[in-house]
Design a protein around this ligand. Structure first.
Ligand SMILES: Cc1ncc(COP(=O)(O)O)c(C=O)c1O
Length: 405
């Protein structure tokens, strides 16, 4: 039975009891859309879902059996907020290969990197505080920080990501507490910030004494080109770097991490204590087992091959099936590309026609904190569907576009 806020005397005015900050909270359009796209015959480019057929199920089963047989008391017990020490050691070592020189004590294990975004909001955002994001930016960050009544200040992206040459002008108009940046294979734009832009961003952050939040769930999933130095390696004193196992292992484990200077990490630990005490001990130990046995490394290699091929399939299908006047990014990695339609077509309206043909995407406007852009853009995910489905879905979208245009 579903219970609503009504009684024999009529509806209960529950809104009267809610905190003021909830007025800006909305349901995530993507989470809502995912409900439709989970219908079996819809080809969905909407979610950010990894390919489920590649999950290392047997290896995770082995890890579970091993842990329950050999370490059940630790695996099923409460543990520290900071996170499982061997996992933090593993993470410190693997990030050092990218130039991030923080030790295990600078790391906080979180319940997905989404939780880290929320904790950052809890620690750094007073009502009305300025937060600088790209236009577009990750929807989950908008959602997390709206709840803390952030004032979003935005900076446009081009094919190389954030146009950091505009940073100083923008922050001169509205001061911000931190800059939120997605340097590798941006969600949703698919762009990668070149090294000179990263260095310029750090220079400005230092000059104006701002923090940087570097969100990097996709960095390991590169299909072409060379790794670029992380911002956390360029400005370790003022960067909070976020990572996650969601895209490289499985999102269902809900294990991510934040790396930050000690004082900031301590604040995040305090915020997490009030949120969930600690992330699942069992899940952390599973992730650690998979990582320490070298399975993660091999799995990421496989993901790079499979997703790289799916990206190519989508790019080729776009060329073949979409009408003139459409454009798209060519991501060097990650899970998404960003496609633009001609101005005569809005992607919110187009979605109804697309769903009628049983194909889905996320309309671009959802990724704009002020909903002031992206009307003729959409985010397309290429990791989840198999290549033949990618071709078919892009063909159906092409037909829909041709009809509407
Ligand atoms: C940019 C970005 N940040 C954070 C997340 C959250 O990931 P999770 O909470 O699963 O680690 C995602 C997920 O898609 C993302 O794309």
């Amino acid at each position: 039975m579903t219970v609503h806020a009504t009684s024999a005397d009529g509806p209960v005015n529950w809104e009267r009891f809610t905190a003021q900050r909830t007025q800006q909270m909305r349901s995530s359009a993507i989470r809502e859309l995912l409900k439709i796209t989970q219908l079996p015959d819809v080809i969905s480019f909407a979610g950010g879902l990894p390919a489920p057929e590649l999950f290392p199920v047997r290896e995770i089963e082995e890890a579970c059996s091993y842990l329950l047989r050999h370490e059940p008391k630790a695996a099923l017990q409460y543990s520290t907020t900071e996170g499982h020490p061997p996992l933090r050691e593993f993470l410190a070592e693997s990030m050092a290969k990218y130039g991030i020189q923080h030790g295990p004590d600078n790391i906080l294990i979180t319940t997905g990197s989404q939780q880290a975004l929320d904790l950052i909001g809890k620690v750094f955002i007073d009502a009305g505080a300025g937060v600088l994001t790209g236009r577009p930016t990750y929807l989950g960050a908008i959602q997390a920080w709206r709840a803390y009544q952030a004032e979003f200040v935005t900076i446009p992206l081009d094919d190389d990501g954030m146009q950091v040459d505009q940073l100083e002008d923008i922050i001169a108009r509205t001061p911000v507490r931190f800059i939120y940046v997605l340097p590798n294979f941006h969600n949703p734009a698919g762009t990668t910030l070149p090294e000179d832009r990263r260095r310029h961003l750090v220079e400005v952050a230092r000059k104006h004494d701002m923090l940087i939040v570097e969100d990097d769930p996709y960095g390991a999933l590169r299909y072409e080109g060379e790794d670029i130095i992380p911002i956390a390696a360029l400005a370790p004193e003022r960067t909070i770097y976020l990572g996650t196992f969601s895209k490289t292992l499985t999102p269902g484990l809900r294990i991510g991490w934040a790396v930050a200077p000690m004082e900031i990490r301590q604040r995040l630990v305090q915020a997490k204590q009030g949120a969930d005490l600690h992330s699942s001990t069992f899940d952390q130990m599973i992730a650690n087992d998979i990582a320490q046995r070298g399975i993660l490394k091999a799995h990421v290699r496989q993901l790079r091959d499979v997703y790289g091929e799916r990206r190519n399939t989508m790019l080729d299908a776009l060329v073949e099936f979409w009408p003139d006047g459409c454009h798209w990014t060519r991501p060097q990695g990650g899970l998404f590309l960003w496609a633009q339609t001609p101005e005569s077509c809005t992607t919110i309206d187009l979605l109804q026609a697309a769903l009628a043909r049983k194909v889905a995407y996320v309309p671009g406007v959802n990724f704009y904190p002020h909903e002031d852009g992206g009307h003729c853009a959409m985010r397309l995910n290429f990791s989840n569907a198999r290549p033949d489905m990618i071709v078919e879905g892009i063909r159906r979208l092409g037909l829909t576009l041709k009809e509407v245009l």
